[in-house]
Write a protein that binds this ligand. Structure first.
Ligand code: ZN
Length: 130
């Protein structure tokens, strides 16, 4: 397994980590799968459009309306919205590897999703195949 650090700058932020994930495929298999895993409870990972930055802005704005920051949550740490968003988005994505490269669509990028930053974070990448 390979690991790389992510430093977020705001409480909520989507960071394009496609390049860091692709770098983990060096000397890897021609065919297989790449698993990207975020080992945090208030951050997540997803795949979405990396061409128009307004897509990312809309995703953050909508998730904030769906899960308000203060809504009488029980969790005393005060970041229940971040925990809920992390579970809604998910802690891993799996990408096929074809010809030694990530088989992402033309407009797809891999995004680290920060919901309780700014923080120093970690991303794990597991590459499987032949
Ligand atoms: Zn918490």
């Amino acid at each position: 397994m390979q690991t790389f650090p992510v430093r977020t700058a705001r409480r909520e932020q989507l960071l394009d980590i496609t390049g860091q994930v692709a770098a983990a495929l060096r000397d890897g298999p021609d065919e297989g799968v790449c698993i990207v895993f975020v080992p945090h409870t208030t951050a997540a990972v997803t795949i979405n459009e990396n061409a128009d930055p307004s897509v990312v802005a809309d995703m953050l704005a909508k998730t904030s309306r769906m899960v308000p920051r203060d809504e009488g949550y029980a969790h005393a740490e005060g970041n229940s919205d971040a925990h809920i968003k992390a579970s809604l988005v998910g802690s891993s994505v799996t990408i096929p590897i074809a010809g030694g490269r990530l088989a992402l669509g033309t407009w797809q990028g891999i995004y680290f999703c920060e919901f309780d930053g700014p923080r120093s974070r970690t991303v794990h990448v597991q590459v499987l195949g032949r």
